[in-house]
Design a binder for this molecule. Sequence first.
Ligand code: DO4
Ligand code: MG
Length: 275
Amino acid sequence: MKLYRTAVGYLVEQGSQFFRGDDTAWDVLIARDDLAEWLSASLTKFAAVSPPGEREILAPIGSQEVWAAGVTYYRSRDARMEEAKSAGGGDFYDRVYAAERPELFMKATPHRVVGPNQKVAIRDDAKWNVPEPELTLLITPNGKIMGYTIGNDMSSRDIEGENPLYLPQAKVYDRSCALGPCILVSASPLAKSTEIRLEISRAGKSEFSGTTTLEALKRDPASLVSYLYRNNSFPSGCFLLTGTGIVPPDAFTLQVGDEIRITIPPIGTLVNQVG
Ligand code: DO4
Ligand code: MG
C-alpha cells in the first residue's frame, strides 16, 4: 500500500486503485505504529478517486526532521576516503565504515525539503556536486519503521572533501533534500535484492546511470534507528536516509537543468530537476 500527500489531503494506492483518505492530519497519520493495519481497515470507508497528476504530489513530510546515515556502503567509503585524502581526513571514513557506531547526521528540516518534480539546489559556493540516491525510512515517534520512501541527499563533494568538519555545510542548505513520491507503507524489511537506480540526464541525454541493491547496505536499518533514537526524541517521528551506494565518477558534477531520476522499484521513481 502506498500513501501520497497532496495539497487537498492524503491518497492511498492499493493495487492499481486510488482512494481519498479522511481528514486526519498528515503528522498524526504517519506517526501511527499501526499505520498499515489502520489504512487497510479504513479503505472501505474511503472513496475511489482517479490517480493524482504528477504536479499534485507533495513531499511526504509534515513537521518531521530528516536525518541521514553515511558511509553505509563500500562505494561511499571509497569515494569519501579519496576526496578527503589530501586534507588528511580519509582515515575517518574507513574507521566509521568499520565501527559499531554509525555516522548519523541531521540532513534537513521540512522547509529545506522538496517533493517530486520540484527543483533541488546546488550551492553557489560549491564546484563539485552530486545527488545521493538513498532508501529512506519513515520512523514513528516510538521508533518503529513504518514505511519507506526515496531520498536524495544532495551533497557538495568539494566542501565535504576539504575538511570533514564542513559536512553540515556540504549537506544542509535550502532545497538540499528531495523526498517522495510516496510512502510505501510496510512494517516489514525490504528484500535485500531491492534495487536503487540513479539516472542523471542533461538536455535529454543520459550523463550518468548507476545501480546498487540493498545487499550492499552494510548496516541493518533497525540498528541505524536504534542509534538515532538513543537519548533523542522525535515527537512527530522522523525520516532517515540510509546512505548512498552510488557515487558518479570524480569527473562528474551536476549542472543547473540536469534531471535526476531515482528509482526503487517497490516505491516508485523520484524525479527532480536541478535549478
Ligand atoms: O560522511 C559523509 C556523508 C556520507 C553520506 O552521505 C553517504 O554515505 O550517503
Ligand atoms: Mg548520503
